[in-house]
Design a protein around this ligand. Structure first.
Ligand SMILES: Cc1ncc(COP(=O)(O)O)c(C=O)c1O
Length: 417
């Protein structure tokens, strides 16, 4: 069902795969790419948009008054508008900041908030399931400023334990939380938590790196004040990330980096910061990457985010069922049992075989899964493992990818006895 209560038309995966050159390489047919949570593949539409920009319209933005520079600026700024509308931003032209990735978006915030808003002893609330991108910037602030960090812990079913949430959020200045876990898949009740955090006067930051590429997103419905996400996980190029923020809050923060483009005036004694969003975009920005991300958004919107979510839920349900029915007690799948509470990632332990060995054996069958700590070391400690193997999906995956995963795991099982 989609958000209008209608049955969503299934994605035509074989047509979609024709748009992705990686699957038309000589060995592309036997490429079972199950690592989109790390980075997604790119359709021709994105590659062509970037190519076309470089071939026909490249000049630096916001500087020249000649036609080519104006056209480049127009393309760059119109990508900002598209991205803003995609997440329901009330005022895209001021509230969408281009960064390098989600990590930089969160560092921008932790850094700028540490210069004025946060003081020694202030409380920042995170969760035990955060990616390092939403942990280390705050640990740096703790080291430099002496803030206190509190955590919402994870329960045995892969959900956040909200039993003592009022206590955890009491007097918090900031709640910074992932919308969806890159390990457990858990989709967190962010709008509910944002409401509670706001009652305590806290600012709410959402890490949307694993959510925005897969689920229709509306910042107002989510109730967050800031949202960070990253282009390369949503069919866009690497080197482009987004920070969305409410303009009043962005206006109140000092710039992150200094340099060209982020000022209105500079003297030998000081500077005046530029208007939003350019106040936070020092130096020549990732122009081609922003345009590429704009094309990725067009591609996703064309398919429809509701259909994409439906497709991934089907894969998730098939994947979990196949893994459990084929390997029974030899496999442990982490995260919530109810697939409606998860994104398209399946992290698992397989017998007592190290995930790196699993990943290498699967690779011999062309199956790409991620093995490691997934930049979530505290969560690994909670799960009592050093690493997991993780299969993750996007629009170009189909049941045959999961079948290939099952066959390759059966080989691993036979090999290790
Ligand atoms: C939940 C989550 N947050 C943040 C990031 C960081 O994204 P990037 O490396 O593009 O900055 C990732 C990347 O895997 C992630 O999964």
């Amino acid at each position: 069902m989609n958000t209008h209560g209608l049955e969503a038309k299934p994605l035509n995966v074989s047509d979609i795969r024709k748009d992705f050159p990686i699957f038309s390489q000589p060995d592309g047919k036997s490429l079972y790419f199950l690592d989109s949570a790390a980075s997604s593949q790119k359709p021709l539409q994105v590659l062509n948009a970037m190519d076309n920009y470089y071939c026909t319209t490249h000049a630096n933005v916001h500087r020249g008054v000649y036609r080519l520079a104006e056209q480049a600026t127009e393309l760059y700024e119109s990508a900002r508008g598209k991205i803003g509308r995609f997440i329901g931003a009330p005022n895209p032209s001021r509230e969408i900041i281009f960064t390098k990735n989600a990590t930089e978006s969160i560092n921008l915030l932790s850094n700028s908030l540490s210069r004025g808003t946060l003081k020694r002893g202030d409380v920042v609330v995170l969760t035990e399931m955060e990616h390092h991108a939403n942990l280390v910037p705050w640990l740096i602030a703790k080291e430099q400023l002496g803030i206190e960090i509190r955590y919402i812990m994870v329960d045995e079913n892969g959900y956040l334990n909200l039993d003592n949430i009022d206590e955890v959020l009491r007097n918090a200045k900031i709640l910074s939380i992932t919308l969806a876990s890159n390990v457990l898949g858990t989709i967190n009740p962010v709008s509910q938590l944002a409401e509670l955090a706001h009652k305590n006067g806290a600012i709410v930051i959402g890490d949307g790196a694993q959510f925005v590429p897969h689920v229709a997103t509306n910042v107002t419905a989510l109730g967050v004040d800031f949202l960070a996400f990253t282009g390369h996980k949503m069919l866009g190029p690497t080197g482009i990330g987004i920070l969305w923020g409410k303009s009043a809050l962005l206006d109140s923060l000092p710039p992150f980096m200094g340099g060209g483009d982020m000022i209105t005036d500079v003297t030998l004694d000081g500077f005046s910061p530029n208007e939003l969003p350019w106040k936070f975009e020092a130096g020549t920005p990732p122009i081609a990457e922003a345009i590429g991300l704009g094309a990725a958004i067009d591609y996703l919107e064309n398919l429809g985010m509701d259909r994409i979510r439906e497709h991934e839920l089907e894969l998730l349900s098939y994947g979990i069922e196949m893994l459990e029915s084929n390997f029974g007690e030899n496999i442990t799948i982490h995260g919530p049992r109810n697939i409606n509470d998860r994104g398209g990632v399946i992290s698992f332990d397989f017998k007592d075989i190290h995930p790196h060995d699993i990943s290498q054996i699967l690779d011999q069958s062309g199956v790409c899964v991620r093995a490691g700590h997934h930049c979530a070391k505290p969560l690994m400690r909670h799960l009592g493992v050093a690493a997991t193997a993780r299969a993750s999906f996007h629009i170009y995956n189909e049941q045959s990818d999961i079948d290939a995963l099952i066959d390759a795991l059966a080989k691993a099982q036979a090999f290790f006895g």
